[in-house]
Ligand binder design. Sequence first.
Ligand code: PRT
Ligand code: ZN
Length: 285
Amino acid sequence: MKRLRIAVQKSGRLSEISLELLKECGIDVKNGRAQLVASASNFPLDILYLRDDDIPQYVEDGVADLGILGENVVVESRANIDIIKRLDFGRCRLSLAVPKAVDYQGLEYFQDRKVATSYPNILNDYLSANGITSEVHVISGSVEIAPNIGLADAICDIVSTGSTLLSNGLKEVESIFRSEAVLVSRKGLDTEGANILQKLLFRLDSVRAAKSNKYVVLNAPNDSIEAITQVLPGMKSPTVVPLATEGWSAIHSVLNEEKFWDIIDDLKAAGAQGILVVPIEKMII
Ligand code: PRT
Ligand code: ZN
């Protein structure tokens, strides 16, 4: 039977969570990251552990069929591969930052100035779209120290909390690209490969739906049921089950995390009691 190969980061910010996501999809990967390749025992998928920077090329060349990595790396690589799905983790932004003391007035600051970055392609695209020409210096690590050692006037680097910039005496002045982890695919998967990918996507959707929803069970006097069911969106209509206590029922439903607290308040106001909120492991939609 055909198997697909998925490249994930060997060690780094995205590794654990990428493997965790596969696990949540019910995909068991037995042998650890000591080897280059591991096999899933219960899904037609092999895992290839790589440095994230190598993933786009491996996927473009077909050494791997799929990959999980930061969108920043995909776009910077200019590889001819498809972004199939955003994965909701590894969020960060690529930003321009200057020394704190600079009286920054706008992008013109960067005209003819030296900017250090590991993302020359994304940066050059951004600068030229804004009519600015800078001297872009490519460095591969610790970009944030470049202004302090006199190597550059500014930097363009990944920011998440901003504390790295702060501790290096820099301030973020423009955010030029937003990124999160994505699932990528090589071009031209055959029908069998595309079917395996569809199965994986279906599982990813079920995991995501489950994460953003909660199962809610509550008790209510029968004369409040009408008001409570008005408040509950549910997947279809809520389940109403009579309780042993005369005149009372239990109501079961599914609530979206985003509206969760508002709805809980409305439920209490409508007469709900003993509200239980339970995580959902999988949600098939
Ligand atoms: O070894 P390998 O090449 O595989 O890993 P790597 O060192 O190149 O990448 P890694 O593991 O650091 O990051 C992998 C991916 O995580 C990146 O490509 C981004 O998509 C994403 N990501 C999310 C981040 C961050 N947040 C992040 N904060 N990548 C890097 N950082 C670094 C940033 O470079 C800077 O040094 O963290 C620092 C800034 O963080 P704050 O919180 O201080 O702002
Ligand atoms: Zn890397």
